[in-house]
Design a protein around this ligand. Sequence first.
Ligand SMILES: *Cc1c(COP(=O)(O)O)cnc(C)c1O
Length: 342
Amino acid sequence: MSDSQNMSDEVRARLRAIPSVNELLAEWPVVKAAGETCDAVVHSAVTAELDEERAAIRAGAAPRSKRELASAIEWRAHRSALPSLRPAVNATGVVIHTNLGRAPLAESAAKAVAEVARGYSTLEYSVDTCSRGSRKEHAAQLIRSLTGAEDALVVNNNAAAVLLVLATHAAGKEVIVSRGELVEIGGSFRIPDVMEASGAKLIEVGATNRTHLGDYERAITPETAMILKVHPSNYRIEGFHEEVSSRELAALAHKHGLLFYEDQGSGALLPDDILVRGGEETTPASVAAGLDIVSCSGDKLLGAAQAGIIMGRRNLVQACGSHPLMRALRPGKLALAALEAT
Ligand SMILES: *Cc1c(COP(=O)(O)O)cnc(C)c1O
């Protein structure tokens, strides 16, 4: 009892001895920090450091000197004056790292962004007709040429593309998807949740490791609008595994008057070993195979700005562009400048 009494007397004495706010504000490192940042930043740094000091002393720590507190405050002030979004070094080995800002832009793309960032631009102005233009045209022509798609539409990111395609073409209807493809893409963000948010009803078929054509066919009802295939971007099912190819699914969908939509995630413009070994197709090949709608991430596909790209039959893509959600999902001038330049 007397021990703990002594302890708290000592703690009380230590708490009383903590320098005051005014004393700390007069210390040189703190004065200097105020000059380099601003008074408000330094004041909150002093308060935060003092709160931390009191808590540490109550927990039994030795008190810090006035000088130590002052330099801790200086450091804290400088840290809090830094932008929270700033360059970082990616040493993870993952090239397109979601936590580290995904794709670094090419120099020419960064330059294009800086150019439209500084001033006005032709975002919704047509130089040809000297009148109002459409922001949907930027990059769309290039994507059409690169992929052979009849039409292309750019939105904020691929999650937005999935949301918009389903909201436009399957809201209130059923969409059939394999249980092996219900992807979580990090940050506890699940593609099925995005799909549900579109108003479409997901009909899951097959088992996690195997889904057959018959599974899809049996799930078709008068309420079905679409068959969906989602690329399992960040995992692979090996061993006793079977999935149905996009071509077979597209044929099945068309036989029943349904749409077929493939969410490719990364997509690919050119074939490489990994793609060929995985039995996958490039985005242009998918488009050429007559898939109604294909979408992918602009930054995963091209290393461009974060963007979602919807490609496919003209009337289907244009319907997406006219959906009211498009206003909420459309990209800004910086993303479009980076995408087009890339
Ligand atoms: C990455 C990914 C998404 C989401 O794309 P974002 O551009 O991150 O929104 C959707 N579907 C698949 C299959 C993906 O790989």
